[in-house]
Design a protein around this ligand. Structure first.
Ligand SMILES: Cc1cc2nc3c(=O)[nH]c(=O)nc-3n(C[C@H](O)[C@H](O)[C@H](O)COP(=O)(O)O)c2cc1C
Length: 193
């Protein structure tokens, strides 16, 4: 039991967010992506609404998303706010990545389950996915940049008004080592009464 805790602790503490620019271009097998998505499906879920959804692009299709994302940014950004560097970043973001996964909450029709609970369930599913990726040596760049939270992105994926995109994940392999940090220890965030 102690060993299991230590292993889980090691996985949780050592998982890192790795910039897509630090990936090395090596392709991940689709099967590995399916394996980590299968872990996402075991997130807790109130009333079994299982609201997590994932859209996956592999190395053959990833550029279609990047092109669309950059075009969406250009089309929906007033000229005076448009930044060419942002446009180019979105367009070339996956150059060294292998896959892109978009995670969203599919709002169910069980009105007894508040939307926040479906967001919680999907967030946990994402953590399962991130931890699974780490154990397969897959680097992940979690981002909510660009058009992630904007309506045109939802429209692009034909999502309903109540659905919510929680993040865009660029997956790949990396040669970088990254150490983690937390600003404060858990003792500053916990009160025992
Ligand atoms: C909701 C959410 C949104 C995030 N958005 C971004 C982002 O837009 N760009 C980015 O580089 N990292 C993003 N991150 C990743 C954080 O920067 C990263 O988790 C944080 O720096 C801590 O590093 P670690 O995950 O390696 O421990 C996001 C994380 C969360 C939970």
């Amino acid at each position: 039991m102690e060993t299991t805790f230590k292993q889980l602790e090691q996985i949780i503490i050592n998982r890192r967010n790795i910039s897509a620019s630090l990936m090395n271009g090596i392709i991940i097998e689709d099967d590995k992506i399916n394996k980590i998505l299968a872990l996402a499906n075991w997130a807790p879920t109130h009333a079994h609404t299982e609201p997590w959804r994932f859209i996956v692009y592999n190395h053959l299709s990833k550029q279609s998303f990047c092109d669309a994302h950059a075009a969406m940014y250009q089309q929906h950004t007033p000229e005076e706010n448009f930044i060419l560097a942002t446009y180019e970043k979105l367009q070339y973001m996956a150059d060294k990545a292998s896959h892109i996964v978009i995670a969203y909450v599919k709002r169910g029709d069980n009105v007894k389950i508040p939307a926040i609970e479906e967001t919680v369930a999907t967030s946990i599913a994402i953590q399962n996915f991130l931890l699974g990726a780490y154990t397969l040596n897959i680097a992940v760049h979690f981002t909510t940049g660009g058009m992630t939270h904007k309506q045109p992105m939802k429209d692009y994926f034909n999502l309903n008004h109540e659905d919510t995109i929680l993040g865009i994940f660029y997956l790949g392999y990396t040669n970088e080592e990254k150490t983690g940090k937390r600003v404060s220890g858990i003792d500053t965030k916990v009160v025992w009464r």
